[in-house]
Design a protein around this ligand. Structure first.
Ligand code: NAD
Length: 308
């Protein structure tokens, strides 16, 4: 009796029946997106993935050199606009520029954020500095709200759009970051729910993503300070904007720490994982999802590993 070959379905939906691979579908074809803080780290990964999926992207960041270099490297479908997300005129201009250059706005990704000072004094509720608290809240929480406002104003006439903010597991649990950072990320989760309630009437979806530790310049800088006795007590210690490029060794070490805490074993959390979540929320694949906080944490917030 002759053995019939298995007709098991392909794992890849984009494989043709003949077995010849067909191009992967582009999930953001024709869409225009703004990514704040898109010059490096998680934002850069989002920009790259959105472009790969056919979107036209405007990078809105305060780092002109890195933002312009990335835009130039990615070609004519990517632009850069200098934008401090805590300044309303900057945010308004970024939206205007995206619409003027590419004709519409479909997606805003509020990714820009700062962690705040990591000194012992700065991290305590007994000694934190009000000015620094205000700075972190202005960038992370007010910045996200301003982005929602001006993106929604541009999206409302077309009765469609997706607004995605990058919150954090520090927006879900306490004890994971400085007080201002935790407060600002909880604010983003709340803002997302409120804005989703209001903007749903205009066909606009509003969601957020809460990553666990991703080995970006932000996290590695914080880790460096925490392990460096000379900066741990220095009130003027390096803040977010003077972050040196992490070495490969530092990235590997950081990834190892995160792997140790995650419940899910065998994988390493990378910027690309957050970008994939943003891609899903930006695309029409998530057309009925709004007001959601998509946690990307390898199971950390569902376990007691962190408080163990
Ligand atoms: P990063 O510091 O490596 O990159 C942040 C980017 O934002 C930089 O390009 C920076 O120039 C830009 N930026 C900073 N302040 C800005 C401002 N006022 N206006 C416009 N741009 C500004 O950080 P990252 O790790 O890539 O973080 C991106 C987002 O992800 C942040 O909101 C952060 O809070 C969040 N997040 C990061 C982690 C992590 O482990 N790395 C975890 C959870 C959430």
């Amino acid at each position: 009796k002759s053995h019939q070959p298995s007709m098991a379905p392909s794992l890849h939906a984009w494989d043709s029946p003949s077995g010849a691979p067909t191009p992967m579908p582009k999930r953001l074809e024709g869409k225009v997106a703004i990514v704040t803080g898109g010059a490096r780290g998680i934002g850069e990964a989002i920009v790259r993935l959105f472009v790969k999926h056919g979107a036209k992207v405007v990078i809105a960041d305060i780092d002109d050199a890195a933002g312009e270099a990335l835009a130039a490297a990615l070609g004519p479908h990517v632009g850069f606009v200098r934008c401090d997300v805590s300044v309303e005129e900057d945010v308004e201009r970024a939206v205007e520029r995206a619409v003027a250059r590419y004709g519409r706005l479909d997606v805003l990704c509020n990714n820009a954020g700062v962690l705040g000072r990591q000194t012992r004094a700065a991290k305590s509720i007994l000694s934190f500095d009000a000015g620094e608290f205000d700075r972190v809240l202005r960038v992370n929480a007010l910045g996200a709200a301003l982005g929602m406002k001006h993106a929604a104003l541009a999206m409302t006439p077309r009765r469609a759009g997706s607004i995605i903010s990058v919150a954090s597991v520090a927006g879900v649990l306490g004890g994971l970051g400085p007080h201002a950072y935790t407060a600002s990320k909880h604010a983003i989760v709340g803002l997302t729910k409120n804005a989703a309630c209001e903007l749903g009437a205009h066909g606009i979806r509003v969601n957020c993503i809460s990553p666990f530790g991703v080995a970006t310049p932000m996290l590695i800088n914080a880790w460096r300070q925490g392990h460096d006795a000379s900066t741990a007590d220095d009130a003027d210690a390096d803040i977010d904007l003077d972050i040196a490029v992490p070495s490969d060794q530092e990235v590997e070490k950081m990834e190892e720490v995160v792997r140790g805490l995650a419940t899910l074993k065998g994988a390493t959390l990378r910027p690309r994982d957050i970008a994939e979540a943003a891609l899903f929320l930006a695309s029409d694949d998530s057309r009925y999802i709004s007001g959601h906080n998509l946690v990307v944490d390898g199971g950390v917030t569902t376990s007691r590993n962190l408080i163990g």
